[in-house]
Design a protein around this ligand. Structure first.
Ligand code: TYD
Length: 133
């Protein structure tokens, strides 16, 4: 499954803002890996894959992006355009990111370390895999 959720923000306009992410409090995954994506051309799509086991939380800490999430039955389109928004994605979600604004920086929190064997990069394979779930 996938869902967007709001992060609690500390601070004020006068002092500036801070967003804490803490497992079990507001972070639904235990994080073992962090990466970020930036300077993606506006007309470029990224992603186009699913993971067998990895859970992720995406936060667009600057700018905006769109993400489509397909679970094999339903496709949901999300927009992340504020650093107080996050998107959770379970395993077996075919996702694509697009419409990256020129200043977009996407922070990705991952439950598992990088493992190419955890990727499903072939759409037909994805459709086969989710039939069996
Ligand atoms: P990829 O996950 O395919 O990016 P996207 O889904 O945004 O198109 O990763 C791009 C490249 O970076 C690919 O060669 C694998 C490598 N990579 C790592 O080495 N470590 C990582 O944690 C990630 C996410 C990717």
């Amino acid at each position: 499954n996938s869902y967007k959720f709001k992060l609690g923000v500390k601070g004020s306009k006068e002092y500036g803002f801070l967003v804490p992410l803490e497992y079990r409090d507001n972070l639904p995954i235990e994080v073992n890996r962090i990466f970020y994506i930036y300077n993606v051309p506006r007309n470029r799509k990224r992603g186009a894959h699913a993971y067998k086991n990895t859970k992720q939380v995406l936060i667009c800490i600057s700018g905006s992006i769109k993400i489509s999430c397909f679970d094999g039955k339903n496709k949901t389109e999300y927009e992340l355009n504020s650093p107080d928004q996050a998107l959770y994605m379970s395993p077996n979600i075919w996702r694509e990111t697009y419409n990256h604004s020129s200043n977009a920086v996407v922070l990705v929190l991952s439950s598992l370390e990088y493992d190419e064997n955890d990727y499903i990069r072939d759409y037909d394979e994805f459709m086969e895999v989710i039939k069996c779930i």
